[in-house]
Design a protein around this ligand. Structure first.
Ligand code: MHF
Ligand SMILES: O=c1ccn([C@H]2C[C@H](O)[C@@H](COP(=O)(O)O)O2)c(=O)[nH]1
Length: 277
């Protein structure tokens, strides 16, 4: 993932010093993109070891519509702990908006069903997308994430918020828009996650997983990640691993972590970094 390292260098070279909600301080650039052909391997960073289990289980959790961290914790995933209430709630975040977008008559819309149906029955459509930005449930900036979740608002507004799919010649591509991207901690997860989702949708819809495009609004490096980024920039990328899906579940909602196998993942050691809350 040379392109990822290039984005990190870009931020260090061209980033404006910018304050942020968390009070940490960032260097930031606006409007960047990464493209990756999935035929070239599964885009799991090799310049630091990533916890694929967290990435896969987080995606499975999104697709289940769950917005409580308990299930994540029971499955070894702790990346959302800092934002949840004592009861584990995050408010109506990703999973809720993806699978049960609330309607004014008290019903809900499953946007994932819509995407799967369109990919199967109307693959030429230019409307195959789902998104998480539901303004009615955005948090109040003056309250903490936990306080927002307690009041039924999202703890955080979605960062990866718009997923569009495209089919040509039997091949499925995806473009993800990330409005705000923590280049060192969040972005590697978001890249691998959209790649995994594309493979799952391709399997369900009898398509070949092709290209992912990740478009980013505010791409930043937190001031307490600069040393870690410099460490990473000294490392050479290695060949990418391959994803194998061992089973074909009955639906997009049927995947379990055990269905996935990452083969040939030879990564440099992980690099610890503090998360900005
Ligand atoms: N500042 C910030 N950055 C993010 O990337 C982020 C948020 N906040 N808030 C919501 C979610 C939570 N995400 C997270 C949170 C923690 C890690 C993290 O610490 N990753 C470690 C490994 C931790 C583990 O696997 O348990 C890493 O080295 O990648 C990554 C993404 C992504 N999002
Ligand atoms: O999937 C994710 C979720 C979150 N992030 C990062 C991006 C920002 O650094 C923070 C969110 O803060 P905002 O003030 O709401 O932008 O979390 C990410 O990179 N990927």
């Amino acid at each position: 993932m040379k392109q990822y390292l290039e984005l990190l260098s870009d931020i260090l070279e061209n980033g404006a010093a910018k304050g942020d909600r968390t009070g940490t301080g960032t260097r930031s650039v606006f409007g960047r993109q990464i493209r990756h052909n999935l035929a070239d391997g599964f885009p799991l960073l090799t310049t630091k070891k990533l916890h694929f289990k967290s990435i896969a289980n987080e995606l499975i959790w999104f697709l289940s519509g769950n917005t409580n961290i308990r299930w994540l914790n029971e499955h070894g995933v702790n990346i959302w702990n800092e934002w949840a209430t004592e009861a584990g709630e995050l408010g109506p975040v990703y999973g809720r908006q993806w699978t049960a977008w609330p309607t004014k008559d008290g019903g809900s819309i499953n946007q994932i069903d819509y995407v799967v149906n369109a990919l199967k029955n109307n693959p030429n459509s230019r409307r195959i997308l789902f998104h998480g930005w539901n303004p009615e449930y955005l948090p109040d900036d003056k309250l903490s994430p936990t306080e927002n979740a307690r009041q039924g608002k999202m703890a955080l507004p979605p960062c990866h918020l718009l997923y569009q799919f495209y089919v040509a010649n039997g091949k499925l591509s995806a473009q993800l828009y990330i409005r705000s991207s923590d280049s060192f901690l969040g972005l590697p997860y978001n890249i691998a996650s959209v790649a995994l989702l594309t493979h799952m949708l391709a399997q369900q819809c009898d398509l070949i997983a092709h290209e992912i495009v990740v478009s980013i609004g505010d791409l930043h490096a937190y001031s307490n990640h600069i040393e870690q980024i410099n460490t990473q920039l000294l490392r050479s990328p290695r060949p990418l691993p391959t994803l194998i899906i061992n089973r074909r579940p009955d639906s997009i909602y049927g995947y379990k972590f055990e269905d996935f196998e990452i083969v040939g993942y030879d990564a440099h050691p992980s690099i610890a970094a503090p998360i900005a809350v």
